[in-house]
Ligand binder design. Structure first.
Ligand code: SF4
Length: 201
């Protein structure tokens, strides 16, 4: 698959701000296109794939290597709208660790060291993607969401790590609710969007 491309909204070097890998340096590749439509989405500019350039996979891999980090995050948009076999194969051959951030609502393609599924009410995650995830990170927007997030547990691998993260615009209201929830349900952990608190990408 020479000269293969993917539509890309942006790529940048920062730290992973949330979830299990919070605080680790990572090169981010944000693919364009999303069919999920979350009302509180903070990257709505990513939704329209046609508004973003296509980039050679070989260039994406070269940039990731050049960044000097061992870790690459493939995010979106919804990255699983694209075939990720080729890019993940080339990233792996370059010796990089690959993490995926997905809603899990489209079939899984690609080789990943860490799969984080963040379920969305607007398009449910597929059971087979849930089952292969290492991390389940649910964004809590309303107090009724605690019941909703638990409906996915039967589809998760028992070793999957569970996180609850307040939706950013409601963090002052929701964070204390998550703290209390985690205290009584300690299989869950609190995830905060640390990159937003310190105003980095
Ligand atoms: Fe936005 Fe992600 Fe929801 Fe798509 S899945 S609408 S990119 S928050």
């Amino acid at each position: 698959m020479q000269n293969a491309t993917l539509p890309v909204m942006e790529r940048f070097y920062t730290i992973q701000g949330e979830g299990k890998n919070q605080g680790k340096a990572a090169w981010f590749i944000r693919l364009a296109g999303c069919d999920v439509g979350c009302v509180w989405c903070d990257v709505k500019e990513s939704w329209e794939e046609s508004k973003h350039p296509v980039v050679l996979i070989s260039d994406l891999v070269a940039e990731a290597v050049q960044s000097g980090t061992p870790n690459v995050v493939i995010t979106g948009g919804e990255p699983l709208l694209h075939d990720l076999w080729q890019i993940t194969k080339e990233l792996k051959e370059a010796g990089l660790e690959i993490w995926l951030e997905t809603s899990g609502s489209s079939p899984l393609t690609g080789y990943f060291d860490w799969i984080c599924v963040s379920p969305k009410k607007f398009k449910a995650p597929l059971p087979e993607v849930l089952n292969q995830s290492h991390e389940f990170k649910a964004v809590v927007f309303h107090k009724s969401d605690f019941e909703w997030v638990n409906t996915f547990i039967p589809n998760l691998n028992p070793s999957c790590e569970l996180f609850l993260q307040p939706e950013w615009s409601k963090k002052n209201e929701i964070t204390p609710l998550i703290v209390e929830y985690v205290k009584t349900n300690p299989k869950w952990r609190l995830s905060l969007q640390s990159h937003k608190y310190i105003d980095i990408p």
